[in-house]
Design a protein around this ligand. Structure first.
Ligand SMILES: [Ca+2]
Length: 224
């Protein structure tokens, strides 16, 4: 029985290798045309081994979603995020909810994240952070809603948010929204406030309002 299993595995490996060789041309073409959704960037600890793209074949609503996928086998400690930065001025003093629909395929861990940055005594301060640690997508899961609720303090300057992936696999996000909620809706994290001694430097690429949260916008330079 053990021998049969071994042989079976070897056969499967060889077949996979042949299939991969045959598919190289197609995969390479797809990789070249895959672009991040408009207004979204890939960042994190290991961006070389993850890919952020607009997926027009998988969607919760409309025709496209945002896909964050590992390239090859990643260790469980490796991670990357998609990010969009929005000016916090309009949201100061409000309780806000980031909502999105997430889907996973053989993913170690994936979820939404949100961080509020600001200035306290002239220095950079992280005023809130929620990585949705306790409600991540794991393995293969169909579309499910995920929320992050935070208070945006008066000292806030920018709000950063997106999706996060850890280790292997793929996640998709669609139909995100960013709305004020009532005081009845409890924040999803304790705040994670951290002050620093570093002067605040405003990042470039900050949007006035959340942009392309449904991922329907076609990336520049692509006909559709
Ligand atoms: Ca969509």
């Amino acid at each position: 029985m053990a021998e049969m299993n071994l042989r079976g595995k070897g056969w499967k490996r060889r077949t996979s290798a042949l299939l991969l060789v045959g598919l190289v041309g197609i995969v390479a073409t797809a990789e070249l045309t895959a672009q991040p959704p408009e207004a979204w960037l890939l960042t994190g600890q290991d961006t070389a081994h993850y890919r952020l793209s607009r997926d027009d074949e998988v969607a919760y609503a409309g025709e496209a979603s945002m896909r964050l996928a590992a390239r090859g086998n990643r260790r469980n400690s490796q991670w990357a995020v998609s990010v969009q930065m929005v000016d916090a001025t309009a949201y100061r003093g409000k309780r806000m909810r980031l909502r999105g629909y997430l889907r996973g395929e053989e993913v170690r861990s994936g979820g939404l994240w949100l961080r509020v940055d600001g200035i306290i005594d002239g220095n950079y301060a992280m005023l809130a952070l929620d990585n949705a640690e306790d409600r991540r997508v794991e393995g293969t899961q169909d579309w499910a809603i995920q929320d992050i609720v935070v208070d945006v303090p008066p000292e806030s300057v920018t709000i950063l948010f997106g999706a996060m992936i850890t280790g292997d696999g793929k996640i998709w996000v669609d139909e995100m929204s960013f709305d004020e909620v009532s005081a009845d809706e409890a924040p999803t994290s304790d705040g994670e406030r951290q002050l620093t001694d570093s002067p605040y430097t405003r990042p470039t690429g900050v949007f006035g309002i959340p942009t392309n949260l449904d991922f329907e916008k076609t990336p520049p330079g692509r006909d559709r």
